[in-house]
Design a protein around this ligand. Structure first.
Ligand code: GTP
Ligand code: MG
Length: 367
């Protein structure tokens, strides 16, 4: 049994996938039984060793699923028994390589069933330690092989589901032996425990009661269809969710636009009212100005009338004074005589400046 610091790798896959040939390319062990392409060859789990990069690898050649002579149950039982007893003996796997011929892309019937059985055998946790290695690259055009590989990698019913859980995809080309060693570079010495090992060794199940052994294709298809339905349902829900979000977004944008329009209308209305108020104030100011001018004009007229009246009164007064002057003084000079005394000083009038008023003859003189 493998153990110690060796890196143990189980090599699995359908019969004729090239497991023994792959191990031979790594170990250069010519005693390995290689099939003739028609019949299944490896019958028991066999260990082979190779040293690479300073590490010792133990490669477990396993009987291929889909054997022509033995029932699948027998083969699964054989592999499970070996996995359980090696686990009990302290052997821990560092990786599981699943080989698949790249020229078989349809992977129908037993190939798919066995792939699913392999998934059950590994369990979810060990999937990150699984390497899907495609073989028979020398028999296909590179482009066709790459297309096939992409299908295998992407489709959930093939490797897709396990790749999503961390399994890796690699190529082995028989014409390039180094491609086999490059695969060893992807394996580190950390360990994994397969679900089947847990079931048998820890849970105490009979190997024939493990998930891998009790699995059947109808259940797998039902499970797959349920998963597809679930995913479709999820996609539908997501789509509806996106539609709802888009509608909601559109409604929000419309609402914002309408709010903006309403705000614009309000602002325009306010501006209009402000303008009207301004116009009214302007009119008011113009009216007040007109009234002021009118008042000024009337006051000017009144002042003119008053002035005219004053002037007239002054003229009248002047005229009256003139008349009085002529009546009282104009002819005094001619009338000055020693016989008359001044009204004010009572002295005899000798000069013009004496004041004379009450002489009875004045009225006649000024007429
Ligand atoms: N052209 C080609 N032939 C291959 C390749 N790998 C394996 N073969 C041939 O396919 C046949 C089966 O190869 P094996 O290595 O015995 O296959 P296996 O997976 O060990 O088969 P089982 O032991 O029955 O499970 C042999 O004739 C190999 O020579 C490959 O990469 N290219
Ligand atoms: Mg073989």
């Amino acid at each position: 049994m493998a153990g110690g610091s060796e890196i143990t790798v189980a090599v699995m896959g359908m019969t004729g996938a090239g497991k023994s040939s792959f191990i031979e390319a790594l170990t250069l062990n010519e005693s390995i039984v290689i099939g003739n392409g028609l019949e299944s060859d490896t019958q028991t789990v066999t260990e082979y060793r190779c040293r690479y990069g300073g590490k010792m690898y133990v490669l477990l050649d396993t009987p291929g699923f889909g054997d022509t002579y033995r029932s699948n149950d027998d083969i699964v039982d054989e592999v499970l028994q070996w996995l359980a007893s090696s686990y009990r003996a302290g052997t821990r796997l560092s990786s599981v390589i699943y080989l698949h011929p790249i020229n078989d892309v349809r992977m129908q019937g037993s190939a798919r069933e066995n792939l699913e059985m392999f998934r059950k055998l590994c369990g979810e946790d060990a999937l990150k330690k699984v390497l899907f290695v495609s073989t028979f690259w020398d028999t296909v055009e590179e482009a066709l092989g790459a297309r096939n590989e992409e299908q295998l990698r992407s489709k959930d019913e093939f490797w897709g589901r396990m790749v999503k859980k961390g399994s890796k995809v690699r190529r082995y080309n028989r014409d390039d032996p180094l491609s086999a060693f490059a695969i060893l570079n992807d394996i580190d010495d950390s360990h994994c425990v397969l679900r089947a090992q847990e079931e048998i060794v820890i849970d105490g199940k009979d190997p024939r009661q493990t998930e891998a052994a009790t699995f059947n294709i109808a259940a797998m298809q039902a499970e797959m269809e349920a998963r597809i339905r679930e995913e479709e349902e999820l996609a539908k829900r997501l789509l509806e969710e996106q539609h709802r979000a888009a509608r909601e977004q559109a409604r929000r944008i419309r609402e914002q636009h309408q709010q903006w329009l309403r705000a614009q209308e309000k602002e325009a209305k306010r501006k209009k009212e402000r303008l009207k108020a301004e116009e009214r104030r302007e009119e008011e100011r113009a009216r007040e100005h007109r009234e002021f001018c009118e008042r000024m004009r009337q006051e000017a007229e009144t002042r003119e009338v008053i002035l005219a009246a004053i002037v007239a009164a002054q003229e009248e007064e002047e005229e009256r004074m003139q008349e009085a002057y002529y009546r009282d003084y104009a002819c005094i000079g001619r009338e000055v005589s020693r016989d008359y005394d001044c009204d004010r000083c009572n002295t005899v009038i000798h000069y013009w400046d004496h004041y004379y008023r009450k002489h009875p003859s004045r009225a006649r003189l000024t007429a």
